[in-house]
Design a binder for this molecule. Structure first.
Ligand code: GDG
Length: 501
């Protein structure tokens, strides 16, 4: 790829907001970090974004034409999906197989062979649309677990253009990966790319481990921050590219008058309490019940927190048609009710629970008002909320799961917790509430610097430089985060469980 090759982005969803009016569809530009980072690159080099518009083909009507005619800085092309495909490909394989498996949650997987066939068929369709629209010297950048097979589909048609892949979610360890009935096909499909990007050193290590153990003939070599895998005469480069946010946009908007007004109104209504926030899509990977149990334990064991703290838990509805997600919602509803019933008083409700999306202004006001953000996923590719909180705050505390990709970059300032350790998270909540202001500021300053320096534009630039074989020497990503185990234990460490004697 030359440095100025046209860029074609391929992702499951197109970055558009759709509205169906009486006169048909109106299509507006989408918001979000990926769009704001890739938009200027696409506009500058000329480019195209290919994806599913988010409406089943049977309901789409004139949608494809409306999307194609949308004039922006770059082109859009749609991949139509029928209702059955949305069920089997999107809900079935993507969200019922790869999503849980890659988050180490084997018990949530439904390895239905029909889902696999739909996955292959839809990936083939994405590849066909890409071939129809892309020029031979374009660079194709395929995003995420929904589209692992696109490069292989292209190769099977004799297409040798350069294609890169970025995995937004974690890559699982070998023993988990081996459970996948289609493990060999998935591994081979990944090796059809020219560059594979992971969020963290952990994910890259897991992937390389799978390659080493399952493909003994593979040759791996390191250089300039990347690993090159050589197999069957092909080279595939592999690297760690932690995704960032549009720091300036968040930082600037968080300081705006509109957000300040919302924050002041919120503060006045909430009174003199320390506000903790949780902001998540409703998903079983996000550790929401575990977090609520930790909050409950904090109120139980640290009675001084009662009537002094509240938790505002924002849950954005997601994959609502899936029974798994409905069950989770019921569990969360019950836990919230139990905590409020057990600890609430006529003048104090411990958990404020919102089950909907809020506006960006309201989200930023929440970030601003919060003494601490509780970000405790069981596993997460990165977790952008952690970074957005840092960009919006001056003296808040970030309680962050060791298993969020963001831990590798934010370990210098966050209170890192194991989300399964209910008492440990409860103690971190207490620590956050009692932390002196100068320590809070110092920790937040360290994290903010990192989020600012390693923002979404840094991410795009590093990936595209790696794709163009340029200046690899400074490409090294953040070191993998692993908790430390002291041996022998320091004299002050309390025993962690009942003695076995
Ligand atoms: C995948 C990976 C990886 C949330 N509530 C509202 C709202 N949000 C926005 C946040 C944030 C985004 O949604 C959530 O991003 P995450 O990174 O936390 O999570 P996933 O959706 O699971 O994303 C993840 C990511 O891809 C990027 O690579 O970090 O690990 O799972 O931006 O701000 N936005 C508004 N209202 C809400 O109520 N406006």
């Amino acid at each position: 790829m030359t440095q100025d090759a046209r860029l074609v982005v391929v992702s499951n969803r197109l970055p558009v907001v759709l509205h169906r009016g009486r006169d048909g569809w109106t299509v507006g530009p989408g918001a979000g970090g990926l769009v704001s980072a890739l938009g200027p690159v696409l506009a500058h080099r000329g480019g195209l974004w290919i994806g599913w518009p988010g409406v089943a083909a049977e309901d789409a009507g004139e949608l494809d034409r409306a999307v194609a005619e949308t004039t922006g800085d770059y082109g859009l092309a749609t991949v139509p999906l029928g209702r059955g495909e949305v069920d089997d490909f999107y809900y079935g394989f993507c969200n019922g197989v790869i999503w849980p498996l890659f988050h180490d949650l084997l018990g949530h997987c439904d390895f239905n062979p029909r889902f696999w066939r739909a996955y292959l068929e839809v990936n083939r369709r994405f590849a066909r649309v890409a071939r129809a629209h892309a020029r031979p010297d374009d660079f194709l950048w395929v995003h995420d677990y929904q589209l692992i097979h696109v490069a292989e589909c292209l190769r099977s048609e004799g297409d040798q253009r350069r294609v890169g892949f970025f995995l937004h979610i974690p890559f699982p360890p070998l023993d988990i990966f081996l459970n996948l009935p289609w493990r060999a096909a998935i591994l081979r499909a990944l090796l059809a790319y020219d560059l594979i990007g992971f969020q963290t050193g952990r994910d890259q290590r897991n992937f390389l481990d799978c390659l080493r153990r399952l493909l003994p003939d593979i040759e791996l070599s390191r250089g300039g921050g990347l690993v090159t895998a050589r197999l069957g005469g092909r080279d595939v480069r592999i690297g760690t590219f932690p995704i960032g946010i549009d720091y300036d946009a968040f930082h600037g908007e968080a300081a705006s008058a509109a957000v300040a007004a919302r924050e002041a109104a919120l503060r006045e209504r909430l009174g003199d309490v320390a506000v903790l926030i949780g902001v998540d899509r409703l998903d079983y990977t996000k550790g929401i019940p575990e977090r609520l149990r930790a909050f409950q334990d904090a109120l139980e064991r640290h009675a001084e927190l009662r009537e002094r703290v509240i938790l505002i838990q924002l849950l954005v509805p997601s994959r609502e048609g899936v029974p798994e997600y409905q069950k989770l919602k019921t569990r969360v509803d019950r836990l919230v009710g139990a905590i409020n019933g057990r600890f609430g008083t006529p003048s104090w409700v411990p958990v404020h629970y919102l089950y909907r999306a809020v506006s960006r202004t309201d989200l930023l006001a929440l970030y601003r008002v919060a003494r601490a953000a509780l970000i405790t996923p069981l596993k997460d590719g990165m977790n952008l909320v952690a970074k957005e909180y840092c960009a919006s705050q001056r003296d808040g505390v970030l309680v962050l799961s060791e298993f969020a990709g963001a831990a590798a970059q934010l370990r210098g300032g966050a209170l890192l917790v194991n989300p399964n350790d209910i008492e440990g998270v409860a103690d971190a909540i207490r620590g956050a509430v009692h932390m002196p202001e100068d320590e809070r500021r110092a920790r937040m300053r360290r994290m903010r610097r990192r989020v600012r320096d390693e923002d979404i534009f840094w991410w795009v630039d590093r990936y595209l430089r790696a794709a163009a074989d340029r200046e690899l020497a400074d490409l090294r990503g953040p070191a993998e985060y692993l908790p430390r185990v002291d041996y022998p234990p320091p004299a002050t460490e309390p025993p962690s469980g009942p003695s076995e004697a």
